[in-house]
Design a protein around this ligand. Structure first.
Ligand code: ASP
Length: 327
């Protein structure tokens, strides 16, 4: 049934009025939600909260919301379906480039559904084990892994996460089978590792350093091509030095908005992110966790997008060859 002309005119006036009001509102005029696809206490959460704090110091009111599940895709899908007004953002790591290769059908498109706002840091990784594991060196660990092939457990944050990619590469480099134990983030996996419920994990130095220093976990190697300069890990060999040719896993973090977010809002967010990554206190906190804050063009949206595209192309064949899928 057609509504009378006057009702339609009034409806139109109300719509135009609210659109004009929204347009007139300065951005940001209300809290901005930052979704994180893993539980609190993991690297993604820690770095996201550090970014959030810097944005808040710059006049934003941001709130981090941990939205774990389905290997991080729940948060990605939530962002893709959020209003594109700059009030919902996503902070995530390498999973942005790897998840679609694991999923038979990922419910969003990493190219079309997101605006890229810039990258923040690179976080190297560290191979660690429960404190009760007898092996003190990597060679002893390898012997033990070979003797217990197919029986050793390794925690991770689900397929597509950095911890999973690292474990997957370790298996194939050593030609052994490990039992992956997925968690909704590596924070609960770390608790289980320290308690001896699982045997191994590969996690970012952001969260391993404190536990290595407190001797709550054993550390065997780092996953970067060069040794790290952090005092707690500077004597740790790299997996490449230990004979695992080309072994390199390290993760990077970035910020995203839903596709179609107004250009002026994206520009403001990018400026705020760039100021955050230049902040000395932010840099110091990240370096204390063994991370390197990006100072190159990757803090710009176009370089960020190109980098993710290259990472997706690099990981796709490795993931396909692993035969691991998520539904
Ligand atoms: N550290 C996790 C990973 O390895 C994710 C997290 O819990 O932040 O992917």
């Amino acid at each position: 049934m057609r509504r009378p002309l006057i009702t339609r005119i009034l409806g139109c006036i109300v719509l135009c009025w609210s659109a004009a009001l929204a347009w007139a509102q300065p951005y940001p005029s209300k809290p901005v939600k930052i979704l994180v696809p893993f539980v609190a206490g993991g690297t993604s959460d820690i770095v996201a909260r550090a970014v959030s704090q810097k944005l808040n110091e710059a006049g934003y009111t941001t709130v981090v919301e941990n939205k774990p599940g389905a290997n991080g895709s729940i948060a990605g899908e939530a962002l893709a379906k959020s209003p594109n007004d700059g009030y919902t953002l996503l902070f995530t790591h390498i999973a942005q480039a790897t998840l679609h290769s694991f999923f038979r059908k990922l419910p969003y498109d990493i190219e079309k559904d997101f605006e890229y706002l810039g990258m923040v840091s690179e976080n190297p990784m560290n191979l660690i084990a429960r404190p009760t594991l007898a092996a003190n060196h990597f060679s002893e660990l390898v012997q033990w892994l070979q003797a217990n092939n197919g029986k050793v457990t390794i925690g991770n944050a689900g397929p597509g996460s950095a911890s999973h990619l690292c474990g997957m590469m370790l298996q194939s480099a050593l030609k052994i089978n490990l039992i992956p134990v997925p968690y909704k983030g590596t924070a609960p996996a770390m608790t289980d590792l320290m308690g001896g419920q699982i045997d191994l994990m590969c996690d970012q130095t952001t969260t391993t350093i404190a536990q290595v220093e407190a001797k709550k976990v054993k550390s065997y190697a780092v996953t970067t091509p060069a040794r790290l300069s952090h005092p707690a890990l500077k004597d740790m060999p790299t997996l490449q030095e230990l004979g695992l040719k080309d072994f390199y896993v390290s993760i990077w973090q970035g910020l995203y908005a839903p596709a179609g977010t107004p250009a002026a809002v994206l520009a403001r967010l990018n400026q705020a992110l760039k100021a955050a990554v230049k902040d000395p206190e932010f840099i110091r906190r990240q370096e204390n966790g063994g991370a390197t804050v990006f100072t190159d063009t990757r803090v710009e949206p176009s370089a960020h997008k190109a980098f993710v595209r290259a990472e997706a192309a690099k990981w796709a064949p490795i993931i396909k060859a692993s035969g691991v899928y998520a539904d």
